[in-house]
Design a protein around this ligand. Structure first.
Ligand SMILES: Cc1cc2nc3c(=O)[nH]c(=O)nc-3n(C[C@H](O)[C@H](O)[C@H](O)COP(=O)(O)OP(=O)(O)OC[C@H]3O[C@@H](n4cnc5c(N)ncnc54)[C@H](O)[C@@H]3O)c2cc1C
Length: 412
């Protein structure tokens, strides 16, 4: 009998999983992707919009058109999942029964969670570049900004692409230099972490770059309130950071449909899964990919891409009654744009933090080091995203397992 695979979310993970599964399983499975609109946003491009380096329209393509022939697309919101009955209830009243369910509903921005963030000043002197509307409005505000204190603040973790706020700082430094007003701008990065980044080795390198570029670093700042009128961030322990313009990365939570599904999500609305097989801890026939997963990786498109290979294999094995492949190693790979046409690259997994060296082998892109080659890699990634990653193709020389070759292990 034809097996039914339902995929919730047609973003990065849902799309590449559907296309990989279609190729692996052919017509022996009926694959349906559900999402609530037809706008697939290339989210890494949002970083460039505020600086006029990308236009919002160039980042959006039809979701439906990214799916291979033979994959069905259902344009509706997901209301909730009945995990006992193996059914998905949709906003349009429809019900989809499944043999295997893949949760790919990503992470949701929840700015309302922080007192005052969406109050007075929101979208006039307090912005987020984490969605299209925010990134576009911020581009206008930056153009009009002639000097003062610009603060970039991460309210809490986890967030998507944890390096993106740092990249924003580096690009802001470049942008104001280009405009000849850098001396009139005080740039400050405010984070709840005790360092510039989660991983100690990379954190030292990134903190050094902030210092070189004259960007202040404020650590262990847990934002409790944003006072847009007075222009200040206030922490739970009553410290204050003043601003003329604030760029805030809001609290992230899991999808509301996960929260509404009894027994599916954790306290934040993410779905617990085995970190090596990606099978959910809720039910054997539910798998998770991308930002929706509560596993100890970064919430990044690269992780989602690497997960795709193991997830596809495991859905096929599950349907065949075979043992699952427990090989996902938490592989994460991020270009960090540093301004002036340069970028760094970091590559790590559950057990190995970002190290210097080269990727993917002794000959390749420099790791943890600014270079033009990495900047070109970051720009080329957009093309690879639409033409290779989403269609579910493997990238030449790039494997899901993190390579050790090329890394200077003695630097640990
Ligand atoms: C500013 C920014 C910069 C980034 N830069 C990078 C980078 O340089 N490199 C990198 O690797 N990653 C980067 N990322 C992260 C990357 O974009 C995400 O990790 C990736 O898109 C995760 O894929 P996903 O499928 O889990 O979620 P998404 O691609 O967000 O897809 C989730 C989908 O679920 C749908 N959905 C949710 N709830 C429902 C519902 N109730 N009903 C129907 N549909 C629903 C949504 O509409 C959405 O389409 C960046 C992200 C941001 C915001």
């Amino acid at each position: 009998m034809t097996k039914r695979i339902v995929i919730l979310g047609g973003g990065t993970g849902g799309t590449l999983a559907a296309n990989r599964l279609r190729r692996a399983l052919g017509a022996e499975c009926e694959i349906t992707v559900v999402d609530r609109d037809d706008d697939h946003v290339y989210q890494p491009g949002l970083l460039f919009v505020p600086f006029g380096l990308a236009h919002a329209d160039d980042l959006v393509r039809s979701r439906r058109r990214q799916l291979h022939d033979g994959v069905a697309y259902r344009d509706s919101g997901v209301l909730h999942v009945d995990v006992e009955a193996d059914q998905v209830h949709l906003d349009d009243g429809g019900v989809l029964a499944y043999d295997v369910l893949i949760i790919a509903t990503g992470a949701r921005l929840v700015p309302e969670e922080t007192d005052g963030l969406t109050g007075p000043g929101w979208m006039s002197k307090v912005f987020s570049f984490y969605d299209l509307a925010g990134a576009t409005a911020l581009a206008r505000a930056l153009r009009d900004f002639d000097g003062g204190r610009l603060v970039v603040n991460v309210v809490d973790l986890p967030i998507k692409c944890p390096v993106a706020p740092l990249e924003f700082c580096f690009l802001a430094d470049w942008y104001f230099q280009e405009r000849g007003i850098r001396d009139h701008v005080r740039l400050t990065y405010v984070t709840p972490l005790d360092a510039a980044f989660t991983k100690p080795f990379a954190a030292r390198a990134l903190a050094g770059m902030l210092q070189e570029k004259g960007i202040e670093l404020v650590t262990e700042f847990n934002t409790g309130e944003v006072d847009g009128e007075a222009g200040k961030l206030i922490s739970y322990d009553e410290r204050e950071v003043e601003f003329d313009l604030a760029v805030v990365v809001p609290v992230h939570g899991g999808a509301e449909c996960v929260e509404r599904s009894q027994g599916l999500g954790d306290a934040l609305g993410f779905v617990s899964a085995d970190e090596h097989t990606l099978q959910s801890k809720v039910r054997e026939n539910i798998f998770v990919i991308g930002d929706a997963a509560a596993i100890p990786t970064s919430k990044a498109g690269s992780v989602t891409h690497f997960e795709g290979e193991v997830l596809t294999r495991n859905v096929a094995r599950f349907l065949a009654g075979e043992e699952l492949d427990a090989s996902f190693d938490g592989h994460t790979n991020c270009f960090i744009e540093s301004g002036f046409g340069k970028a760094l690259l970091i590559d790590f997994n559950y057990g190995t933090e970002p190290l210097p060296g080269h990727y993917p082998s002794a000959v390749g892109l420099p790791l943890l080091k600014e270079s033009r080659l990495n900047h070109l890699g970051k720009l080329m990634f957009a093309w690879l995203y639409w033409h290779s990653l989403l269609p579910g193709r493997d990238l030449p020389g790039v494997s899901a397992a993190m390579p050790l070759a090329g890394k200077r292990l003695e630097a640990r």
